[in-house]
Design a protein around this ligand. Structure first.
Ligand code: ADP
Ligand code: MG
Length: 631
């Protein structure tokens, strides 16, 4: 067993470090710093650089008289600088040491305020001009000044720092060892030093990820010898499976018979029909005598999936489990006893208070919405840790490898027939009145309308839920529903249910309806203050339309209707293309769900820029790992 990313054990008590007095010790305690390693990992917030391309371009002052230090109430240092022939009188307060560091004839850059009345420059910062390049780390800590941290770091860098990444790997990837990396982060000579150092820390992060995901397991418990007929299980569906859906189901059934557990990712655009695949695979596992858990990011989505199961897969004994349901304990007991075959719920499924009877398969919908830890603790409850991830957000390959390791990927390329096209139109608020007329007609035709806004009651946007409600109420009087995250869960559910049941209606909500909500008679969506939403988010939102026989129109309403992002949405309906664009405009951000809690504020890996490095690191990692297991 190699353990290459954990940091070594500490032998130094930080109390004993030179320069750490009781006050600093206390500040460290506030910052949660208790080991030498913690201090070394106090990465600078920024670097201040004093690079001079051309010294002549900078207005510099030559000191022309010795500084005078006077001391009435405060220390005041006065001196004169000759700036290109203009003599400027300067004073600096409370910096008595300046008297000892200023040299007549030397050049300085000063920063501060010029008092135009007194014609005096009040110096807040003074820097001698040096000809060599220099970068200085700025830690930006409230209680501990930079120079103190730097002194402590200098002392620590003299001590032995244990390398935790094998030499082989460092060499193969041209990465510098840990002591040099700390030197480079804290005392760089130039940007290149910082970059080289960061590479070392990126690698460490990557190894942490790889280690967590890539353990190829053997199948130990599950067997798949009970008969199963897809035709039989799907004959009561109101539609025929698409070719893609059928192939994926067949493949997964085939894969289950291999001697490694399933670790699959099904990706397909919103509405491409992933849920049906998941449910057929669930019935397959159930037919073999195992329980199946489906974890989804929201309660609304969980309830909706349960409804789908109850109407399309009547043979499955399904149960909903979320933190807010009634009789939770009874249901958990039933699950433990094995009285439930399919459990659909939120992250509570991962909690340690729930144990299953014979969990065979875990499915995670919208996997990117869950953190590593939650996914892991649910997956570990499955006997062989079989897992299927479902996602509508395509993930760059390199990223995928680091999140899911060796997962097998199946993609739904086609939309089920019957999925109606959605037209997207970006407009300014001037168009709102005309759009309202269209909504009026839609309501008369018994259709449903979504109005989505970015905030509940924030003043930062005009169209928050509250204001929008008033605007629409004036025009439409009835058929208006309001949904947002601050409402109690049961109230949210009540609103969704009555919106669905009503012949027609307008639902005003925050982006809560992003995932899953499935209303076949929804024809219009208005997204107000559209610039507040991400590209992928907008795409997900509009995916709520066109789910039945009716075409959908999505209006993006903003002050910048020509925004490039809106144009992309007008032109393409491919979620894959959009997510790719989104990656470039916004960065992978929340897609990851992995650079989150417990990570240092300095985000090392950039999953786009570092793509090639990630790839190489992964190859080297696997290489060494295989060597290791052969020994
Ligand atoms: P996803 O989870 O991929 O976003 P869903 O599984 O929720 O998509 O499917 C979207 C809609 O398409 C649902 O209403 C579902 O009943 C319907 N659907 C799924 N597969 C088919 C199919 N083969 N033919 C027609 N409709 C389908
Ligand atoms: Mg879905």
């Amino acid at each position: 067993q190699i353990c290459i990313y954990l940091t070594g054990c500490m032998t130094i008590n930080i109390k004993d470090i030179q320069g750490v007095g009781p006050k600093t010790l206390e500040s460290f305690q506030h910052l949660g710093i208790s080991t030498k390693e913690h201090i070394l990992q106090l990465f600078p917030k920024r670097y201040v650089s004093y690079f001079l391309d051309d010294i002549e371009n900078i207005k510099k002052g030559k000191l022309i008289n010795p500084p005078v230090l006077s001391r009435h109430h405060v220390f005041k240092t006065s001196f004169k600088l000759d700036v290109n022939g203009v003599i400027i009188s300067c004073v600096a307060y409370q910096q008595p040491y300046l008297k000892h560091v200023l040299d007549v004839g030397a050049f300085y850059i000063v920063k501060g305020k010029f008092d135009t009345k007194k014609k005096i420059f009040i110096v807040s910062q003074l820097k001698p001009i040096r000809l060599e390049n220099q970068m200085v780390a700025d830690y930006d800590l409230k209680d501990i000044p930079n120079y103190r941290i730097q002194n402590i770091l200098k002392t620590l860098l003299q001590t032995e720092i244990k390398e935790t990444i094998p030499n082989d790997m460092l060499e193969k990837l041209h990465v510098i060892p840990i002591d040099q990396a700390y030197q480079g982060i804290h005392f760089p000579k130039n940007e290149n030093d910082v970059e080289e150092a960061l590479k070392r820390f990126k690698l460490q992060e990557l190894l942490h990820l790889f280690e967590g995901v890539s353990k190829q397991k053997k199948r130990h418990f599950l067997t798949f010898d009970q008969p199963f007929s897809i035709q039989e299980k799907t004959k009561s569906l109101p539609f025929k499976l698409t070719k893609d859906q059928e192939n994926i189901v067949l493949n997964i059934i085939k894969d289950s018979k291999e001697d490694v557990p399933l670790k699959h990712l099904i990706q397909g655009d919103v509405g491409s029909g992933k849920t049906i695949i998941a449910l057929i695979i669930a019935s397959y596992f159930i037919a073999q005598g195992y329980q199946v858990a489906l974890m989804v990011p929201t309660e609304i989505l969980a309830r909706q999936h349960v409804k789908t199961v109850q109407s399309l897969f009547k043979h499955i004994n399904v149960s909903l489990l979320t933190s807010t349901i009634d009789f939770k304990d009874d249901i958990m007991h039933d699950i433990h006893q094995g009285n439930v075959e399919l459990i659909i719920g939120t992250h509570i499924l991962a909690s340690s208070s729930l144990s299953f009877h014979q969990l065979g398969l875990v499915m995670i919908d919208e996997q990117q919405k869950f953190g590593v830890e939650i996914r892991k603790s649910l997956i570990e409850k499955a006997r062989d840790q079989d897992v299927i991830y479902l996602t509508a957000t395509p993930i760059p390959r390199t990223l995928l490898r680091s999140i899911l390791g060796d997962a097998k990927i199946y993609t739904l390329h086609t939309m089920p027939i019957g999925k109606q096209p959605i037209k997207t139109i970006s407009v300014s608020y001037d168009a709102l009145n005309k759009i309202m007329d269209q909504l009026q007609r839609a309501l008369e035709n018994h259709q449903h309308i979504f109005v989505v806004v970015p905030a509940i009651d924030s003043d930062r946007v005009t169209y928050n839920v509250m204001h929008t409600y008033h605007v629409f109420k004036q025009r439409f009087q009835q058929d208006i529903f309001v949904l947002h995250g601050q409402m109690p869960k049961h109230e949210q559910q009540r609103v969704m249910d009555s919106f669905r049941k009503q012949k027609q209606g307008i639902l005003i909500s925050t982006q809560m309806i992003e995932v899953g909500v499935d209303i076949k008679t929804a024809t219009f969506m208005l997204i107000l203050e559209a610039e507040y939403f991400g590209l992928s988010q907008l795409h997900q939102l509009r995916g709520r339309l066109g789910r039945g026989q009716l075409k959908g129109v999505c209006y993006l309403i903003s002050n910048q209707p020509n925004d490039e992002r809106f144009t992309i949405l007008e032109q393409t309906t491919s979620g894959f293309e959009i997510s790719e664009q989104d990656l470039y405009t916004r960065g992978p951000g929340d897609m990851l769900g992995l650079i989150q809690s417990g990570r240092p504020p300095f985000k090392h890996i950039d999953f786009i820029e570092d793509g090639p490095f990630i790839q190489k690191a992964y190859d080297v990692y696997l290489d060494l790992k295989n060597k290791d297991t052969h020994v």
